[in-house]
Design a protein around this ligand. Structure first.
Ligand code: ZN
Ligand code: ZN
Ligand code: ZN
Length: 92
């Protein structure tokens, strides 16, 4: 059903921080976001593709960090931006 993702070894962080203030880029620039994502390579919080800034996918492209997870409460899915497929990293 889903394509094979070969990027799971880039996952370093799967646990959300205890407190999330919001998209780091939007907070710095005064932007607004819709939903939040967390980069699973470095833990950076960014906003989703429904947000004007799209900082999660832009971070993924610029930093070559392929996998991010939802940072929304109760959401546990992860996504590979390179393969454009849901992925399941091993929980830490
Ligand atoms: Zn992948
Ligand atoms: Zn943002
Ligand atoms: Zn990152």
């Amino acid at each position: 059903m889903s394509a094979t993702c070969t990027h799971l070894d880039s996952v370093k962080v799967t646990t959300l921080p205890a407190a999330i203030r919001g998209c780091e880029e939007c907070l710095a620039t005064g932007g607004v976001w819709v939903h939040l994502r967390m980069c699973e390579s470095c833990g950076r919080i960014g906003c989703c593709d429904s947000s004007p800034g799209r900082h999660a996918s832009r971070h993924a492209a610029s930093a070559h960090h392929p996998i991010a997870r939802s940072a929304e409460p109760g959401e546990h899915w992860s996504w590979c931006f390179v393969d454009e497929t849901p992925v399941t990293p091993n929980p830490s």
